[in-house]
Design a binder for this molecule. Structure first.
Ligand code: ZN
Length: 337
């Protein structure tokens, strides 16, 4: 086994000092307050009450070699004029364990680059596609084993449409047609086939990779799916915050699915649209939300139930109140934030 620790059923996260990769600093407990403001233009404006988001910090479970790869800045391939000379680095990986895993709950990996920022966000005017509309791309070179490629893409499209349909925001969601291109910054970083250091969209669904990808990159093969946040690095080698909003500037996000799981859209396995909706939530800057409760039979429950709960608990394809609050606080004023 990759590790023996049974993690408590709570939200977990790792904060790693980027400049001291040899030392995996262990912090006791981190409490992050998320003020969730909701601007619902469909009916009336209202604010959700501030919610408390607990994150227990644990050690990164991947190897030191993986950590070094994840945290070393890379110069993007020049596949359009805006990506020329752009340095980027992995900032965060948010993932959920599969059902039945002893590793209940979730883990968040943060590359703490010294500025203590725990959030990252897209910035108007900075997108490498030259548009404030949010673009997405669905890989067609790493198909799933358990369902058809067409069913997979349809479920992913549906999940993106669900986020686009939240009334408070105007993302101008644009799908870039799949054309067999190489894609996948993380895939490239770890030498998996058909990876690329080029920019392919603001949010990319990079297809299905086998369990070892998750073991090698994150230290566990029991991960359903993962979203990586790749940020801009400035000329000093620091995380960029061009708009000074206290959030690190996102270059793009990547989502990978674990091909070892039986994905489905008919309720027979892991519901792809449910997981895609969750990961796309991360893709659109949402963090995990909700308290996690473990029961004696090892099942995990969340309150309140939300798409952004830190674990899979069955089909959940509908945006809940807290999901909407988080989304609207991020995107309600876009592109004027
Ligand atoms: Zn997640």
């Amino acid at each position: 086994m990759y590790h023996t620790a049974t993690l408590p059923a709570r939200l977990h996260s790792v904060i790693l000092n980027f400049l001291q990769m040899k030392a995996f600093l262990k912090f006791s407990l981190l409490t992050v307050l998320f003020a969730m403001a909701c601007h619902d233009d469909a009916h009336h404006d209202h604010d959700l009450q501030a919610e408390i988001h607990h994150e227990e910090v644990i050690e990164f479970q991947g190897s030191p070699q993986a950590l070094q790869k994840l945290t070393t800045p890379v110069s993007l391939s020049v596949n359009n004029s805006r990506s020329a000379g752009q340095n980027v680095a992995v900032y965060m990986a948010e993932y959920i364990y599969g059902p039945g895993s002893s590793e209940a709950g979730s883990t968040v990996f943060f590359s703490d680059r010294g500025n203590k920022q725990l959030t990252a966000d897209f910035v108007p005017g900075q997108s490498l596609d030259g548009s404030d509309a949010i673009s997405y791309y669905v890989d067609d070179t790493r198909p799933p084993s358990s369902i058809s490629a067409g069913d997979s893409e349809a479920a992913i499209d549906a999940s993106m449409d669900t986020w686009e349909g939240v009334a408070c925001s105007d993302l101008g969601m644009t799908k870039i047609p799949s054309d067999g291109r190489a894609n996948g910054f993380i895939a490239a970083l770890f030498g998996f086939p058909n990876g690329s250091f080029g920019y392919n969209g603001d949010v990319t669904h990079n297809g299905y990779l086998p369990g070892p990808f998750f073991s090698i990159v994150l230290g566990s093969s029991n991960i359903l799916a993962v979203t990586f946040t790749i940020i801009f690095i400035d000329e000093n080698g620091d995380p960029a915050d061009e708009d000074g909003d206290g959030k690190t500037d996102v270059a793009f996000r990547e989502i990978y699915y674990n091909d070892a799981y039986a994905w489905s859209n008919d309720g027979s396995g892991i519901d792809l649209e449910t997981v895609s909706l969750h990961e796309a939530g991360h893709g659109l800057s949402q963090a995990h939300f909700g308290k996690v409760h473990a029961t004696d039979n090892g099942k995990v429950h969340f309150s309140p139930r939300a798409v952004m709960n830190a674990g899979y608990s069955g089909i959940n394809r509908v945006i809940k109140g807290t999901d909407k609050g988080g989304h609207c606080s991020n995107w309600g004023n876009w592109p004027n934030n």
